[in-house]
Design a protein around this ligand. Structure first.
Ligand code: 8YV
Length: 321
């Protein structure tokens, strides 16, 4: 797609690979320097660093303090994704560099994935699929699952994504409980607020994590929370791997202290704990909650709107800072 424009408006440093069509669009509008493919990053910085005005990145690749500080003409960090825990905000703030993300457009797909994981774990969907593929059906019966409809849905973080999860869970006749920094005044009155994650875990059947990552939520779900969730409780994580103490989760699963887990995110992605591979009560996805054609396109469009808005008119659409 070509965009009517006299010449590329700025030099961008692209930290890691993005969607091929987004990369092509970026390259048609900007002078793009591919950081991750550079055989000599120091030479790239020496040659182009002084001209680079934007960092193009994603939640996965982020932007380090070191990189932000190495670019004297940097004006903005433009990220593909809503989470910005991998971007050093303090370094950006200190340099008066703006940071943009792509909020809103991915809420529905991320919430859909949370529900998919809730069903996949409790109804043993992935395990049942493996059973059929292995040719076991003619010889054996497949055991029973756990009913999801009507069970209590406990949401950690009632932001936009949390609200969409709640709406979907209500269609399964699930009472909604949640915890947040504070009760959300605009939340439906029948959503029950719990003052802590442990209190919420003790009262729900599905503990669904929808909080941002970063220092403030690191290991929010620890051994104590998992114990409170209990042997009939399921942990669902579509937030960030860092929100869960993964070692404690593995231990809790091994000891049968929780019923199972549905995980789209992990503490050390793309590495996943080997101990989970043998557990049929765990469903693992490779961080695909926003990964649909429609949503990734909308995220790309919003990232481009931020870049073009800033470099053409000095106004970014969705700024974090
Ligand atoms: C993306 C995400 O997969 O938006 C987020 O925060 O985690 C996902 O939508 C990610 O940003 C791409 O790296």
């Amino acid at each position: 797609m070509t965009v009517p424009q006299a010449s590329p408006t700025a030099d961008l440093l692209m930290v890691g690979p993005l969607l091929p069509e987004l990369t092509a669009e970026l390259e048609s509008r900007y002078r793009v320097h591919r950081w991750w493919q550079s055989p000599d990053q120091a030479a790239l910085l020496r040659e182009h660093g002084p001209a680079i005005r934007g960092i193009a990145t994603s939640g996965r690749f982020g932007a380090t303090r070191e990189l932000i500080e190495a670019l004297p003409a940097l004006e903005g960090v433009f990220s593909f994704g809503v989470g910005y825990d991998s971007i050093d905000l303090a370094a950006a703030q200190a340099r008066q560099v703006l940071v943009t993300n792509t909020p809103g457009v991915l809420d529905a797909c991320v919430a859909d994935t949370a529900l998919a994981l809730m069903l996949a774990t409790s109804r043993r969907i992935a395990e049942a699929d493996r059973f059929v593929r292995a040719g076991r059906w003619p010889q054996e019966g497949f055991g029973l699952g756990t009913r999801m409809s009507g069970k209590r849905c406990g949401i950690v973080g009632l932001g936009n994504i949390g609200l969409q999860i709640a709406r979907r869970a209500e269609a399964f006749d699930m009472p909604i409980l949640y915890t947040n920094r504070k009760p959300r005044p605009d939340a439906p009155a029948h959503y029950r607020y719990c003052p802590s994650v442990t209190a919420l875990a003790a009262e729900c059947d599905f503990l669904v994590l929808a909080v941002p990552g970063g220092g403030a939520t690191r290991h929010l779900v620890d051994a104590e929370v998992l114990k409170a969730l209990g042997p009939q409780g399921w942990l669902i994580n579509i937030a960030r791997g860092t929100v869960v103490d993964e070692a404690a989760l593995v231990e809790a699963l091994q000891a049968g202290r929780i019923a199972g887990a549905g995980l789209d995110v992990f503490e050390h992605e793309p590495a996943t704990p080997a101990a989970l591979n043998a557990m049929d009560n765990v469903v693992m996805l490779p961080h695909i909650a926003s990964g649909t054609h429609e949503t990734r396109r909308a995220m790309a469009d919003l990232m481009l709107a931020n870049l073009d808005g800033w470099f053409r008119n000095g106004v970014a659409v969705t700024r974090v800072i």
